[in-house]
Ligand binder design. Structure first.
Ligand code: DGL
Length: 268
């Protein structure tokens, strides 16, 4: 971790993801940190991140992180499982803010679960990186971790098309493939997937699914508190930016999060 200079407690916490997925994390963080100012960048132009190379993800995130530095943010939440899995080690010491990666932050909690087999639904890049398996194995070598990627799910969420019968059939088939491994729990290891909980719960018990954002939000709160970085702002604000199609972002987000103003368009 770099030494942080002149951090203002009331400075915003920034979130970034490839689209609306990070709102599932922002939602949880906002619920337990009501005095924080938030800034959100959805890189909708480059979505899906799960199909991108490490070099591409490094390039996109460098532009976004430099923008966050220019806004003087105190912390950046790598809500995106894909970037946390693929590039966190490369970027963790480069910027002047605290950096919270979702996968590394929740793995100890997952490793402590009383389960024999843990399923992970995530993007192709997250699964191929083996990040969840490697991080969990640091704390628990006995847990069997089974990863499976679901290439269509991010699109279903961004396009708000998960209600279509043919898309629900694809989700059901992906789930049945995972259930063949008899997982005790299944982590929704992509920020977009909690939007699909309603569909998934038609085909399996809702309590088999774990949204890691809950533990991640608690982790962020404890760490900010431990570093005396909690905001005391009585009227905090939120700013949203996207790299394409602000209207689609606002309307698809609606089922999960009320984005009051149309996001600003900002492309690098
Ligand atoms: N929502 C992101 C994640 O948590 C990436 C989804 C994508 O754009 O492929 O992995």
């Amino acid at each position: 971790m770099t030494t942080l200079n002149n951090i203002d407690n009331n400075a915003p916490i920034a979130f970034f993801d490839s689209g609306i997925g990070g709102l599932t994390v922002l939602n949880k963080v906002k619920a337990i940190l009501p005095n924080e100012n938030f800034l959100y960048y959805g890189d909708t132009l480059h979505m899906p991140y799960g199909e991108k190379t490490k070099e591409q993800l490094l390039e996109y995130s460098d532009n976004i992180f430099k923008f966050f530095e220019s806004k003087g943010v105190k912390a950046v939440v790598m809500a995106c499982n894909t970037t946390s899995s693929v590039i966190y080690e490369d970027v963790k010491d480069k910027y002047n803010f605290k950096l919270y990666p979702i996968v590394q932050s929740v793995s100890k909690i997952l490793a402590d679960l009383d389960v024999r087999t843990l399923g992970i639904f995530a993007t192709r890049a997250t699964i191929e990186s083996n990040a969840y398996q490697n991080e969990i194995a640091k704390y628990n070598k006995n847990m069997k971790v089974v990863g499976q990627y679901c290439p269509n799910w991010v699109h279903f969420v961004e396009e708000n098309s998960m209600g279509f019968a043919e898309n629900q059939q694809i989700i059901r088939e992906d789930l049945e493939k995972m259930l063949q491994h008899n997982p005790d729990k299944i982590v929704l290891g992509c920020t977009h997937y909690p939007f699909l909980t309603g569909v998934l719960s038609q085909f399996a018990s809702e309590n088999i699914f774990i949204d890691p954002a809950v533990d991640f939000a608690n982790f962020i709160k404890s760490d900010l508190a431990a570093n005396s970085l909690l905001s005391t702002d009585d009227s905090p604000a939120e700013e949203f930016y996207v790299s394409s199609n602000p209207e689609l972002f606002k309307s698809s987000a609606k089922m999960f999060y009320e984005v009051k103003e149309l996001p600003q368009l900002l492309t690098f």
